[in-house]
Design a protein around this ligand. Structure first.
Ligand code: AMP
Ligand code: ZN
Length: 469
């Protein structure tokens, strides 16, 4: 299996640190709003990577954080006059609903920055002890980039160039820095902001330290794969490497994977330009399986342009798969119980070759676009089977093969069923009853079942409200 490694700038053979196991960390969203479809891209991409690795038999430990302390969260909390935890908890819940609707499986662990301050303090202390970190007069602790020889190795930047480039940009409020490329590990609190005690000052962590600390805590000092969007290569991932490797003296992550950007009208999607869609908005027009299928139709490293026309094309593509599966299911229920016919043996061989084609595409740096083509070819093979002339064994083989490969891509193989309002109301009533009886496990189970059916619940003061995801 080959993976393009940003660190070396080329495709490399994937060899895990420990045979049969993969330790993977993916930078998650900052939770101050609904996630947008750009944020959805790394979620879908790395969920698919994880699914493929599992399909190949690896035991994958997948960690992805929620950044729940950040300027944007604090700003929103002040605007709404609530605690910043109210904002972050709200949008973590909303993000999880979107993930479920996109069939992105929950990570093994989803640590939150505010719950991991202890690990961050420990790591900063180690860095300071080893001379990689220093405290400025105002209490800010900086990472000393000149103390880490390999600084710049991920983004292929040279420290001297970086330093002279930065020198031209006068950064106000950072006068305590020894060098312009040094970055914040810990900063003093400001009025009205959440803060924690530390050996340096009451304050809060810089952004980069959280990923180094959480990755170390949940996966150990060395991991196999670290992922995120390409905008994170510099400075975020460069700084993570500096922190983790300066502290441990070991290589932090073996393979660095970065997804390309999702654009709108061939322009960078950004909140400041106002040209972005939230996943929730898209869900009002399309089943989010279509969004997932659309994302997988391109190579993960390529930029991808979002448009309604392309989404319509993906919807049609997905429909072709569903129609193919419908046909196979029908044939299967009618076909006579008999072993493979002679001609079908050759066709099974053809199907196996298509599975091999799918695997070869995925093993060439997760080329899902070619993987999807192989699935289409399998569906075509299925469409060529005719009523009354196929054995049940053959039809079942084709059906399960298509379903398995769709499963690897995280594409659900059932059409989104139209759930009736009545049915939903009955389930909500049953959940209410379970809660009254303090049977919270059952209540949660019902909520999850509804979520699986695409129904999102919201507990409000006026009672339970629901809507289709
Ligand atoms: P953020 O909440 O900005 O930290 O972003 C969370 C994740 O989404 C990171 O991995 C980003 O690189 C990724 N991301 C943000 N915008 C886009 C975009 N337009 N296209 C692809 N990935 C994105
Ligand atoms: Zn990160």
């Amino acid at each position: 299996m080959k993976i393009f490694n940003t660190l070396s700038g080329r495709k490399e053979e994937f060899v895990p640190l420990e045979p049969g196991k993969v330790k993977m960390y993916v930078c998650g969203p900052t939770v101050y709003n609904f996630i947008h479809i750009g944020n959805a891209r790394p979620m879908i991409v790395f969920d698919t990577v994880r699914r493929y690795l599992e399909y190949k038999g690896y035991d994958v430990n997948f960690v992805s954080n929620f950044t729940d302390v950040d300027d944007k969260i604090i700003k929103k909390a002040i605007e709404e006059g609530v605690d910043s935890a109210v904002i972050s908890e709200r949008y973590i819940e909303e993000c999880k609903k979107d993930m479920a609707a996109m069939n992105v499986r929950p990570a093994t662990v989803h640590p939150k920055a505010t719950q991991e301050i202890g690990g961050m303090l420990e790591l900063i202390e180690t860095l300071v002890e080893k001379g990689h970190g220093y405290k400025a007069e105002d209490g800010t602790v900086y990472f000393r980039t000149s103390s880490f020889q390999e600084y710049g190795k991920l983004s292929h930047k040279n420290l001297d160039d970086l330093q002279s480039g930065f020198r031209e940009l006068k950064v106000t409020g950072e006068d305590g820095k020894e060098d312009p490329t040094d970055f914040v590990l810990w900063k003093p609190k400001k009025e009205g902001e959440p803060y924690w005690e530390s050996p340096w000052c009451k304050g809060r962590p810089g952004w980069h330290i959280e990923c180094s600390a959480m990755s170390r805590k949940y996966l150990g000092e060395q991991i196999d794969i670290h992922g995120g969007g390409e905008d994170l290569i510099f400075p975020h991932h460069e700084n993570e490497i500096a922190q983790s490797e300066a502290a441990s003296g070991k290589e932090f992550a073996k393979y660095w994977m970065h997804n390309g950007f999702l654009n709108i009208d061939n322009k960078k999607m950004s909140k400041s330009l106002g040209n972005f869609f939230t996943v929730r908005e898209i869900s009002e027009k399309f089943d989010l399986q279509v969004l997932r299928f659309f994302m997988l139709s391109a190579h993960y490293r390529s930029p991808l342009n979002f448009s309604e026309e392309l989404m319509e094309a993906s919807k049609n593509g997905l429909e072709r798969i569903y129609n193919g599966l419908d046909k196979l299911r029908q044939l299967e229920s009618k076909a006579a119980e008999e072993g493979l016919l002679d001609r079908e043996k050759a066709q099974c061989q053809e199907a196996r070759q298509l599975v091999a084609k799918f695997e070869a595409a995925m093993e060439d740096d997760f080329n899902t676009a070619d993987g999807v083509s192989a699935v289409f070819e399998l569906v075509k093979l299925g469409n060529s089977t005719t009523d009354g002339e196929s054995s049940r064994e053959y039809v079942a083989f084709l059906r399960t093969t298509v379903e398995t490969l769709c499963g690897v891509l995280g594409i659900r193989t059932e059409r989104k069923a139209e759930v009736l309002d009545q049915e939903v109301e009955a389930m909500i009533a049953a959940r209410g009853q379970a809660r009254k009886e303090k049977n919270f496990a059952l209540a949660d189970e019902i909520r999850q079942k509804l979520l699986d059916m695409g129904i999102v619940l919201e507990d409000t003061r006026e009672g339970v409200k629901w809507k289709r995801a």
